[in-house]
Design a binder for this molecule. Structure first.
Ligand code: CA
Ligand code: CA
Length: 379
């Protein structure tokens, strides 16, 4: 990684925005802990412990699940054309399954874990800090209210995840039953929530976003196996489906953040969290993802900053750029702005893509990363 260069942040910008995270029961293994420093950008404090898990690999192929494991290799020939008709889209609004392991953008904190009793043999675990969670892009052939059956394990009854649809929180998935941590034998429990899907691509997220007053506090903990989107059995015209991608938003807080702290809660940020504490060169976030349609994509950064001269190193699939984040009106830690395209690269559906945004050694100071947006480009 990059050589570390310590750059201090004005103390006036240091503030505590939220306390978020939580501690797993003592029987669970401990993973990771970081503390914020006096010179840091706004962040949350949290304690952290992890759920029992073993990281593993998985593959995903559905149009409904575009994010998959970090261990695959890019061997697919790319194209900018629409994919062949997906047999999943056969004219009937049937059930779709989003495997939790396919919604993990981060192989380091939230993990894919082996579980013989899980669908696909894998689950997502170690969703321990606020802002962490899972996100998927699901192509809905029919708009309207659909039930989501979320399959989970938890040792702490009434743990919960916020359910976000297309960037807006629409409810909570409450894991009411303490069915125990996954033992590889016992199948998951199910909780049902409803969302109002749009026809076309929907971004669905499960996010640990509880508060201190929750019981268990900060939303507790859960291991997730899958989310079934229950079809309405309505029929539709397959020819009417348009799989053209307009943009894909990857929340920074769902990625592998390597910073001086944890994501912080802020209601002006996408899905209410952003990654701060980018206090040194090399601090930032990286994300593993798939795109629903292969092609050439550009990277835009949604960021916030308090001053100018901040420089980000941006990498996607081997394409590298260094980019000074533009000043903007009203800039402040809680006022995000979106950059132009800073790097572009070919992205794949059937193998993993990698994008990274980190603080350059040439940066004058800190910045905050809210999300990374991918936009399809014509070459
Ligand atoms: Ca699964
Ligand atoms: Ca965000």
């Amino acid at each position: 990684m990059k050589k570390t260069l310590l750059l201090l942040v004005p103390a006036s910008l240091t503030m505590l925005l939220a306390s978020c995270g939580g501690q797993q029961p003592s029987s669970q293994s401990t993973a990771f802990s970081e503390k914020s420093e006096a010179t840091s950008t706004p962040t949350s404090k949290s304690e952290e412990t992890s759920q029992p898990s073993v990281t593993s690999e998985s593959e995903e192929t559905s149009m409904s699940t575009f994010i998959s494991s970090e261990s695959e290799e890019s061997t697919v020939t790319s194209s900018d054309t629409q994919p062949d008709p997906d047999p999943l889209y056969n004219g009937v609004d049937h059930d779709f399954r989003l495997e939790a392991e396919a919604g993990v953008l981060d192989g380091t904190r939230a993990k894919r874990s082996d579980n013989p009793a899980a669908s696909g043999g894998l689950m997502a675990a170690d969703i321990n800090d606020c802002g962490q969670g899972l996100e998927w892009i699901h192509y809905a052939p029919v708009a309207g209210i659909h039930e989501l059956n979320v399959a989970y394990w938890t040792g702490a009854a009434n743990s919960k995840h916020g359910v976000y649809l297309n960037g807006t929180k629409v409810g909570d998935a409450v894991y009411a039953e303490a069915n125990g941590w996954a033992d590889g034998v016992t199948g998951p429990a199910i909780v049902t929530v409803s969302v109002d899907l749009v026809k076309g691509y929907n971004k669905i997220s499960l996010v640990k976003d509880g508060g201190a007053s929750d019981n268990p506090e900060y939303g507790g903990w859960a291991q997730i196996d899958y989310v079934d989107i229950v079809g309405a059995n309505a029929t539709y015209d397959v020819e009417s489906l348009d799989f053209t991608v307009s943009e894909i938003v990857l929340e920074a807080e769902r990625g592998n953040f390597h910073t001086g702290g944890l994501p912080f809660q802020c209601d002006t940020m996408g899905e209410n969290y952003a990654v701060g504490e980018i206090n040194e060169a090399g601090h930032g976030v990286d994300i593993y993802f798939k795109v629903p349609v292969e092609g050439h994509y550009g990277v835009k950064i949604t960021y916030a900053q308090g001053g100018s001269g901040n420089v980000a190193d941006v990498t996607m699939n081997g394409e590298v750029g260094e980019y000074e984040l533009p000043a903007y009106e009203g800039q402040a830690y809680n006022v995000p702005n979106t950059s132009e395209v800073v790097v572009s690269a070919q992205c794949f559906n059937s193998s993993l893509n990698f994008v990274s945004v980190t603080r350059s050694p040439n940066s004058a100071g800190w910045f905050i990363i809210d999300s990374i947006t991918l936009v399809p480009l014509t070459e």
